[in-house]
Design a protein around this ligand. Structure first.
Ligand code: NAD
Length: 418
């Protein structure tokens, strides 16, 4: 397992973990038991491509711990996917589920591929073959995948269909983030972004920030675009945005409806005529009220943490801030960090609701879904702020402490088998 530490994202997750474990005074034995992923699967499999060739792909699924129930976490289709990155994301999922009180351990999966360069038929072939390889590993009571970078409702539908064909009955509870017609939950697609927007609004009210909030977002996929649309609906002004194609900036405000229409038509943000192009790194350092990283890990680093000019850092992405950057932000004290394991937890919370609805075959209204989501987010934000205030630690350390402590207690109570 030590080899995982050569991956920078896994090393970062472990560094965060050890800092919090020391703060909590967790004994070395407990740390070793809860740090390493409990189960990791690496698969390689062939896919028939449209040009008649056969291409091999490598995929992973990691289940971090099973102490609290089945494991839960997204599937990422991205060329940079590695076992180390997936293991780090699975670990963060564990702390997140425990923090918000869900009966799950953390998991994550992924396939190293470029979905934007594959046809629908190739993507279906890849998804079905990858799912086939995971069959002994996943299931409604074992491990429940969901969408993440590069995957969506259609991919979840193919996963659910492949699993159901294998077991011989329809098993909607094997994945979440499915289309509503086949057992998905109302509100799941927007849940992560709406959760981000809800928390930003709450925190801005607590900090008594004047309106309108000026926002910058990195990443305009599911999480980034829904967060922006929701915040703009609430009166915020979007002044900067980026995706893989480029970054845009207009301090006078970017019309969100025009931007979405442009993205819909061209498939990218680059070239949007109503804002100026800007370097993606520089965009993060522009003055704004709310900065939302909603793309990949390790984008707020020791190189730019000192230069950030936001009041709220709302971490839509998983692991966007490195431990070195965290220390700089802690010293600065002028930026309120909504840590990833709270900020983007709307996705897994509504995934949990979807799983519960599938298990009961009883479906909720959208209102019931969002009321229940906002109750959990509000209560968790309150607990984190209380812990942070009483123990005089950052919101990140507070959030991680609450999550890690619950997992450590569960492991302790269950003991070591046999
Ligand atoms: P997505 O694939 O829908 O969108 C990702 C976006 O990021 C795209 O617009 C892409 O172009 C952009 N991007 C990638 N690299 C970039 C870079 N270097 N600079 C600027 N933009 C870049 O993915 P998503 O589901 O929105 O996930 C985004 C983040 O949110 C990930 O960290 C993911 O783990 C996290 N997250 C997602 C969910 C969910 O429900 N989808 C839930 C919790 C956390």
């Amino acid at each position: 397992m030590e080899f995982l530490l050569s991956d920078p994202t896994f090393a970062m997750a472990c560094e965060q973990f050890h800092r919090v474990a020391s703060f909590l005074g967790l004994p070395e034995k407990t740390r070793e038991i809860i740090k390493w992923p409990q189960r990791s699967l690496t698969v390689s499999f062939p896919v028939k491509m449209d040009n008649g060739t056969i291409r091999m792909f490598v995929g992973y699924r990691v289940q971090h711990h099973l102490a609290l129930g089945p494991t839960k976490g997204g599937i990422r289709f991205d060329p940079d996917v590695t076992l180390g990155e997936i293991s780090a994301l699975a670990m963060w999922m564990s702390w997140k589920c425990a923090l918000v009180g869900l009966p799950f351990g953390g998991a994550k999966g992924g396939v190293a591929c470029k979905p934007s360069e594959m046809s629908k038929k190739e993507l279906e072939g890849l998804t079905r073959r990858y799912t086939q390889e995971l069959i002994p590993f996943i299931g409604p009571q074992k491990d429940i995948p969901a969408p993440d970078i590069g995957t969506n409702e259609q991919i979840m539908a193919w996963m659910m269909d492949t699993y159901s064909m294998q077991v011989g009955y329809t098993a909607p509870g094997v994945v979440t983030g499915k289309p509503v017609t086949i057992g998905g939950s109302l509100g799941r697609r927007e849940a992560t972004g709406r959760g981000v927007a809800f928390l930003v609004k709450k925190v801005s009210e607590i900090l008594k920030m004047p309106n309108p909030l000026r926002i910058i977002v990195q990443g305009f996929g599911n999480v980034g675009s829904v967060s922006v649309r929701q915040l703009v609906e609430q009166g915020a002004v979007l002044i900067g945005v980026s995706d893989l194609s480029g970054a845009l900036y207009n301090p006078k405000g970017i019309n969100c409806a025009h931007l979405c229409a442009y993205k819909e038509k061209t498939g990218m943000l680059a070239g949007f005529p109503e804002a100026d192009p800007i370097d993606g790194f520089d965009l993060l350092c522009q003055r704004c009220d709310v900065l939302i990283p909603a793309a990949k890990e390790r984008v707020i680093t020791k190189k730019n943490a000192e230069k950030l000019q936001c009041r709220i850092l709302a971490e839509g992405a998983n692991g966007p801030t490195t431990p070195e950057a965290d220390k700089i932000l802690e010293e600065r004290k002028d930026i309120f960090v909504i840590p990833d394991i709270l900020c983007n937890s709307g996705g897994v919370i509504v995934s949990y609701f979807e799983w519960v609805q599938d298990m009961q075959s009883y479906f909720w209204s959208e209102r019931e879904v969002f009321d229940a989501l906002y109750r959990i987010l509000s209560a968790t934000l309150h607990s984190i702020m209380k812990f942070s205030h009483e123990r005089k630690v950052s919101t990140r350390i507070a959030a991680l402490s609450l999550g890690i402590k619950k997992v450590a207690e569960a492991k302790e109570m269950r003991g070591v088998f046999p």
